[in-house]
Design a protein around this ligand. Structure first.
Ligand code: PLP
Length: 412
């Protein structure tokens, strides 16, 4: 008899966005005339830039000819892309990486979810709260998160990030084995300063903590003083793995490509504490067994964003989304609504009115303005009292959504 991994049964029955879709469908069924604008799910809307399309076409043509056809690629990814990453994303920030510290993947979701496999199941974990749900759910699946009680997992340390602490998580006063940090943050759209990130790296060095640093939104950073990579902090290579993605940087949500940096200096201890094991070859071993790489076409597409035209075109799209964010912040602020984020990230974190919880505000906005947001509590207990709006919509949709929200709020 095959026995189920019962940890899966502890997971909430539905993924957050499935719950939202259900409620939106119910609304559409009773309001068939309504044109619903979704500023909920964090997916991009603008097409791939011309440099990427050109590179993809060329790669497809190569695949059509025997002499240039590609089968399985190198497990860690093609050198042309790994070299471009080091040269463009890290060297200009004074970070030197060896090519074998770069692992190309099919987007950051897989690696942020899979990385926990290479450490013992009984490591303790810490997360900023609210949080991108993949970090916790992937740990629940292996039994590391404990039991779910009163909106929290028993073996997870939560670092609340709310308006009260200016979205600055407090360094824990006890040891935590693995800590997930995500900056610029999804869902709050807030960022971390170099000084604050330094404190986390110091904590990790002192406590032998592994930091899992998700920088999927680094391309949205506008403020020059904000770090793009955790490796801008001295000592971070000894304690941190970094995840990046082309999904939001270059509209690759449907193309699928990203990468993970596992520094060679990074180690973890054996149970008896007598040995330090480098994590780079362990991750390599894991990937070689369970992952066969992302497509050649996707990797050529990613390489193209580092060309001079690619850089310019990608920047234009990011500027477009960030102008949406600016405009949305301005319109909501005019209504007296408290808005956070949206200055160095494509997400706006909106405070709900007093005595209105985040699911209730979600429904009010849906029924009052036909606009879909994401209830903050879906990202963790400290997300209660907020909703997330994304700036990834078409400009006209974002403007129409703000117009409708204004009419709705003013009519209350
Ligand atoms: N990390 C964060 C914080 C995200 O918000 C997302 C996607 O929404 C991902 C990772 C995964 O992105 P992808 O798998 O498309 O690279």
């Amino acid at each position: 008899m095959a026995l189920i991994n019962e940890h899966f049964l502890k997971l909430a029955g539905n993924y957050l966005f499935a719950d939202i879709a259900k409620k939106v469908n119910a609304y559409k069924a009773t309001h068939p005339q309504a044109h619903v604008i979704s500023l909920g799910i964090g997916d991009v809307t603008q097409p791939l830039c011309p440099a990427v399309i050109k590179a993809m076409h060329k790669a497809v043509e190569e695949m059509a000819v025997k002499s240039s056809f590609k089968g399985y690629g190198p497990e860690r990814g093609y050198d042309f892309l790994r070299e471009a990453i080091i040269k463009n994303d890290y060297l200009p920030r004074g970070i030197k990486l060896d090519i074998n510290e770069v692992f190309i993947n099919d987007g950051a979701k897989s690696d942020t979810g899979n990385i926990q496999e290479i450490v013992r199941w009984d490591n303790s974990i810490g997360v900023t709260d609210p949080i991108y749900p993949v970090y916790i759910d992937s740990n629940v699946m292996i039994g590391r998160a404990g039991v779910f009680e009163n909106g929290k997992w028993s073996n997870v340390t939560y670092f609340p990030c709310t308006a009260e602490n200016n979205f600055t998580p407090q360094i824990p006063d006890h040891r935590v084995d693995m800590i997930y940090l995500c900056y610029p943050n999804n869902p709050t759209g807030t960022v971390i300063s170099k000084e604050e990130l330094q404190k986390w790296v110091q904590y990790a060095l002192k406590n032998d903590t592994l930091i899992l640093y998700d920088a999927a939104y680094e391309a949205y950073i506008r403020d020059e003083s904000i770090p793009h990579s955790i490796y801008e902090i001295k000592g971070a290579k000894k304690v941190a793995i970094e995840f990046r993605s082309y999904s939001k940087t270059a509209g690759f949500t449907g193309v699928r490509c990203g990468y993970t940096i596992v520094p060679k200096e990074l180690t973890a201890a054996t149970l008896d504490g007598t040995k330090r094991i480098p994590l780079n070859p362990i991750w390599d071993r894991r990937q070689a067994t369970k992952f066969n790489g992302t497509s050649y076409i996707s990797q050529r597409a990613a390489e193209a964003i580092y060309s001079p035209e690619g850089k310019e075109q990608v920047k234009k799209v990011i500027d477009y989304y960030m102008e949406n964010a600016r405009m949305m912040r301005e319109e909501l602020t005019k209504l007296g609504i408290q808005v956070f984020g949206g200055e160095n990230a494509p997400y706006l974190w909106v405070k709900t009115p007093e005595h209105t919880d985040s699911w209730k505000f979600f429904e009010q906005m849906l029924y009052g303005a036909s606009v879909v947001c994401t209830p903050g509590v879906g990202f963790g207990p400290s997300g209660e009292g907020y909703v997330r709006l994304t700036a990834f919509g078409d400009r006209a949709d974002c403007q129409e959504a703000m117009h409708r929200i204004t009419t709705w709020i003013q009519g209350l």
